[in-house]
Design a protein around this ligand. Structure first.
Ligand SMILES: Cc1cc2nc3c(=O)[nH]c(=O)nc-3n(C[C@H](O)[C@H](O)[C@H](O)COP(=O)(O)O)c2cc1C
Length: 254
């Protein structure tokens, strides 16, 4: 279950410091949050959260951004670090080079981020800390979005059912729904995934986090296989395996 690569490049940092990289994937977004929250609660580790720009947006849409303080409350090594905070060069990279973290978890990882890691591209906060982690001997565990055909879609208004009563406009605490040509339109960039619209819609026309199926591209399959062969990286195939793998790494002697 645990990749044979694991351990070859283990860093010297204490395993009680974990870095968590979030990218802009709806697949496994809410499950990954659940795993990291349980790990923090059960194992008392400190977790720094690093978010790509898309990761920040998608985490917001799935209701995770407003709960991120449960995992990274803002103390030293428990910060939430965005692209805006870290800058283009990722000023926090030194932590990885110096082996401050015992582990970097990237969950969920978009097909974009997986492809970049495979080719050594580091132009976002998550791909940059991955490069630095691998150069600094910090093991990296990745949960790619494209290991599954099942995904979760953010909140949407079902036009077939909606009667355009506009009740949701008043209910949304974030002003994410506005009227356009007589119909309510949800602006996902302002949505916090709080589900108030879904719970209060009198017609039951709004749905959040419904399951949907997507096709996995052959290109993404190949990239995930290539990622499995990257030294220092362990690829996991579902959230349960993610949790087991992190727990296993935490149990290894430093
Ligand atoms: C609601 C939503 C869900 C998304 N889900 C996925 C996904 O599951 N997998 C994926 O590869 N990209 C997904 N994307 C697209 C990525 O966010 C987009 O490719 C982005 O550029 C990735 O950047 P990053 O890898 O730096 O986070 C989603 C986008 C949105 C708006």
């Amino acid at each position: 279950m645990v990749d044979a690569n694991l351990g070859l490049l283990r860093g010297e940092g204490g395993l009680h410091f974990i870095a968590w990289g979030i990218t802009g994937s709806g697949s496994f977004m809410r499950e990954s949050f659940g795993v990291l929250k349980r790990i923090k609660e059960k194992h008392g580790v400190k977790i720094t959260t690093y978010m790509s720009k898309a990761g920040e947006e998608v985490a917001r849409m799935y209701g995770i951004l407003d709960r991120i303080g449960d995992i990274s409350p803002g103390n030293h090594y428990e910060e939430v670090i965005t692209e805006e905070v870290a800058g283009a060069s990722c000023t926090y990279s030194g932590r990885f080079m110096l082996g401050r973290y015992g582990l970097l978890v990237i969950a969920p990882a978009t097909s974009n981020t997986v492809a970049k890691i495979v080719y050594g591209i580091s132009d976002s906060i998550v791909t940059t800390i991955t490069s630095q982690a691998l150069k600094g001997g910090v093991p990296v565990v990745v949960l790619p979005s494209d290991v599954t055909e099942e995904t979760e879609v953010p909140c949407y208004i079902d036009r077939e059912v909606c009667t355009n009563c506009m009740e949701c406009l008043n209910r949304c605490p974030y002003g994410a729904i506005r009227e356009l040509d007589g119909v309510p339109v949800l602006d996902l960039t302002r949505c916090h995934g709080c589900r108030v619209c879904e719970l209060t819609c009198p017609e039951n026309a709004i749905h959040c986090f419904q399951k949907a199926r997507i096709k996995i591209r052959e290109l993404d399959r190949r990239n995930i296989e290539a990622l499995r062969r990257v030294e220092g990286v362990t690829v996991v195939d579902d959230p349960d395996q993610l949790e087991d793998t992190i727990v296993h790494i935490l149990s290894l002697p430093i």
